[in-house]
Design a protein. Sequence first.
Length: 94
Amino acid sequence: MKVNAYTTLDLVDAVAKGHDFETEAFAVVNATADKKNPDCVELQFELDNMMEEHLPAHMEEIQLTPAQAREIAADLEKHAKRVEEAAESGEKTE
């Protein structure tokens, strides 16, 4: 997956965690579906190649049904609202 005008989010902060490591990196995130005859929603993400020692360059992809994609979207909206409300009130989020 290339960072280009078609990527949903480019260069977001990410953390890769493993049994004996935790590394911060940039990542790209993309939500898409095939242009012709789509049969699922694809949620893709790729961490920057700075982490070669722990993770070789690769992309993760989750294939979701429309209902699953909507469920994730609803959860993202719910948590985004909580974070915004906490920021407005000066509370620390967990």
